[in-house]
Design a protein around this ligand. Structure first.
Ligand code: ISL
Length: 553
């Protein structure tokens, strides 16, 4: 496998609104991030990924961009950005920005011009269509509930929005749109940024004639109708040729609908498209028949198979991204660990998983201290458009709303968006003022200051695991194979090259387990674990994780 800096990088994702408020208005900001750069550096992180920080009316917290060349007033100024970039580079780190290219805000000047009349030059920048049979042009649904079409009285046509009605979809078939977006990318690369995470890049090419979806199931509609459209690879190759290939940068495409049939075609090194994608195999794993807000339980082998299948899919000429949560999903310890009795130890197990798989590692802010899901008492406490849209749909369908609130507790995107817990001071030390969204009450117990003081904290475990990965490059590039794959409590795998072999074993359960596996125990040495207690090599306390090492040559 070819080595590159971005394959070895540990990326730390910041949701700026919730990271650190330096101005005292209850909203995180760029100067707040600058103040915390030494903290981020102390983790061993190489790259910072910032969720959108551009000028936006914030219908979807920055994923609705009004001006791609300006900084959101609430977050700071262009000077603050320049300083942030310099401070990041001065510390030897890199900056990944979020590129939202599937849609703009409806307040973007392209859209206000487009909307003004049927025959202006910007009309074709978006998807405008006449209605059909007194309703919208087709049956497409928005990701956030309701129709994906909004009627505009003035010109008596509908425009397409796969997300909120304030996020109209751009028409990538129009070369002026594409070139306009490439100019924006150039603008940021010229400033010196080091790459882009590309929001819903899988959706930019639409099916010809925008046909109705024949599927009831929304996930199917995404995969078969919305994603991986006919020109997707032509567009990404063009973008690569015109922009990306001019710089030494990293790219990761986010993609609903990027499944095992499509992943490699976005990232194969011979195709000159993207370096990596974020697939949703494990993120949608709890989606029930009615989607994300209808959660189901799963068994461990189903979870393992996501990693097995993707590693296998990408190993010849591709590269993966490893993450266990982000700003769109629940907290990883609440979701895949046990955030009650085994909170600390299961958070450490998950850190070990994250840092021993093949692929570029993406950490999400707060996971390094084991921040957990939140359970706000009423829907009024929630802010996220997706949560509120699903709530509205459920109400209209006459659902049991008390039960639905429990689904919200489990699945809402706001679980990941509560303010970062820096200390046990008011508002978790995030701000001096009541923040834009409530702080999780457990900040008194779970916070950075407390964990800095304790050698055995989750935070310090992350630091150790990050340097462990860096000292053992086989954990980045080495081969991967799952062992005893059907085991329902143990997730074990080998990582090896021609010099060393690691066997990583996780007990994903609240029970003690003796792993009955024919491992030549005498040739292995225990090099890392997350529990103090002494056990036999293949004996595991609840949520215990062990890394064993064997020297080959
Ligand atoms: O959040 C999701 C599941 O709960 C996803 O379906 C998500 O909407 C999808 O992955 C796209 O996400 C990205 O684009 C959205 C934005 O709201 C998300 O925050 C962003 O990550 C629209 O720009």
């Amino acid at each position: 496998m070819k080595s590159t800096w971005w394959k070895e990088a540990i990326v730390y994702q910041i949701y700026p609104r919730s990271f650190y408020d330096s101005s005292g208005n209850g909203i995180g900001d760029l100067r707040g991030i600058i103040q915390k750069l030494d903290y981020i550096k102390s983790l061993g992180v190489d790259v910072i990924w910032l969720c959108p920080i551009y000028d936006s009316p914030n219908d979807d917290n920055g994923y609705d961009i009004r001006n791609y060349r300006k900084i959101m007033l609430e977050f700071g100024t262009e000077q603050d950005f320049d300083e942030l970039l310099k401070e990041i580079h001065d510390r030897g780190m890199k900056l990944l920005m979020d590129l939202v290219a599937n849609h703009t805000s409806d307040e973007h000047q392209w859209f206000t011009a487009s909307k003004a009349s049927k025959n202006n030059t910007y009309r074709d920048y978006y998807y405008w269509r006449p209605g059909k049979n007194g309703g919208p042009p087709n049956n497409w649904k928005s990701f956030f509930g309701g129709s994906a079409w909004e009627y505009d009285e003035q010109t008596d046509e509908y425009y397409l929005h796969l997300f909120t009605k304030k996020q109209p979809d751009l028409n990538w078939e129009n070369s002026k749109v594409r070139n306009g977006l490439y100019d924006i990318m150039d603008f940021w690369f010229q400033k010196g940024i080091d790459g882009f995470r590309m929001d819903v890049i899988s959706l930019i090419s639409k099916l010809d004639n925008l046909p109705d979806s024949p599927f009831e199931n929304f996930q199917k509609t995404i995969t078969q109708i919305y994603a991986n459209g006919p020109n997707i690879h032509t567009y990404i190759q063009e973008m690569n040729k015109k922009v990306l290939s001019k710089y030494d940068v990293m790219t990761v495409g986010e993609g609903p609908g990027i499944d095992l049939n499509h992943g490699i075609s976005y990232v194969h090194e011979d195709r000159n498209e993207l370096n990596m994608v974020f697939h949703f195999g494990h993120m949608f794993i709890h989606n029930g028949p009615e989607g994300k807000y209808d959660p189901i339980d799963i068994e461990l082998p189903t979870f393992k198979n996501v990693f097995n299948d993707w590693d296998n899919h990408l190993k010849d000429g591709g590269w993966g991204s490893i993450y266990l949560g982000n700003h769109d999903f629940s907290r990883m310890v609440s979701r895949f660990g046990n955030d009650k009795e085994y909170w600390e130890i299961s958070a450490k197990l998950l850190a070990t998983l994250l840092l021993t798989l093949r692929g570029t590692v993406y950490m999400y802010q707060g996971d390094e201290i084991g921040m957990t899901n939140v359970a706000f008492p009423t829907i009024e406490d929630y802010n996220d458009v997706e949560t509120l849209g699903s709530w509205k749909d459920a109400l209209e369908k006459g659902k049991d709303m008390e039960a639905f609130l429990e689904n919200v507790h489990r699945q809402s995107r706001d679980n990941a968006r509560t303010p970062f817990q820096w200390s046990s001071d008011n508002f978790g030390g995030f701000s001096e003022r009541s923040p834009w969204i409530k702080v999780n009450e457990n900040y008194v117990k779970i916070n950075v200051l407390e964990q800095e003081k304790r050698a055995s904290s989750i935070l310090n475990y992350y630091r150790e695991m990050i340097s462990f990965r860096k000292e053992n490059i086989v954990l980045v590039y080495g081969d991967y194979e799952s062992l005893d794959n059907d085991h329902k409590k143990i997730y074990a795998y080998r990582r090896w090259d021609d010099k060393d072999e690691f066997v990583v074993i996780h007990n994903f359960s609240n029970h003690e387990v003796i792993w009955k596996f024919p491992l030549e125990e005498a040739s292995y040495k225990l090099v890392k674990t997350n529990v103090d207690t002494k056990t036999d090599l293949l004996e595991f306390a609840p949520w215990q994780t062990k890394i064993l090492k064997r020297h080959i040559a």
